[in-house]
Write a protein that binds this ligand. Sequence first.
Ligand code: PEP
Length: 243
Amino acid sequence: MGERTQLVAGNWKMNGLAADGVALARAVAARAAEPHRCDLLVCPPFTLIAAVAEALAGSDVGLGGQDCHAAASGAFTGCISAEMLRDAGCSHAIVGHSERRHTCGESDADVRAKAEAAWRAGLVAIVCVGEIRAEREAGRAVEIVSAQLAGSLPAGTGAAKLVIAYAPVWAIGTGLTATLADIAEIHAAIRRQIPAGTRILYGGSVNPRNAAEILALPEVDGALVGGASLKAEDFWAIAQAAR
Ligand code: PEP
């Protein structure tokens, strides 16, 4: 992936049985055979990773996990390690998604340990940060995101193994998006805290109608797409909006 080529990453979340996931992956791979300006990544549920890897074979669509455990192996029932993701064909792991921070109680320290685990396994860590609505309304979004970053990024962070996703919690899955000015402000603040060349994605109800104006912002290096990544045509339309 070239330096700051935009990245459009689909987070399928807990959606898809085998037939749906394979059909979606095949449709994305077929579209990706057409010219495109951005890097593409899909992050299916763990159960679909092997089948999606097979469906994407021969395409330039990358594969990521939606989370990983900090340990390489051991007595952690129900968890998946970064090494397992790598073994199954992944190049990336999302860590610190707000749905894990807020519903599973993951702390910045947990996220940092997971990012370290991703690197140990040779994966790129997509580290998610974002404020809740009350923090945005209190004018604390920059402060909150900066603190999350400071706590979530391991020492030795390098642009080649890191992607940041700014995904304000109140915008995820709600149909609400941050204003362009707010996105630009937060991305500029994040940029000051991370190594040069690191990509910063925006996430939060990105869809084919709003993608072009979001992806046109100079500090936006791509999108983390949830709901709209479940339809190949919508995901492709977002990818086509990359600058
Ligand atoms: C996400 O999962 O990070 C996300 C941005 O979801 P959605 O696009 O559905 O808001």
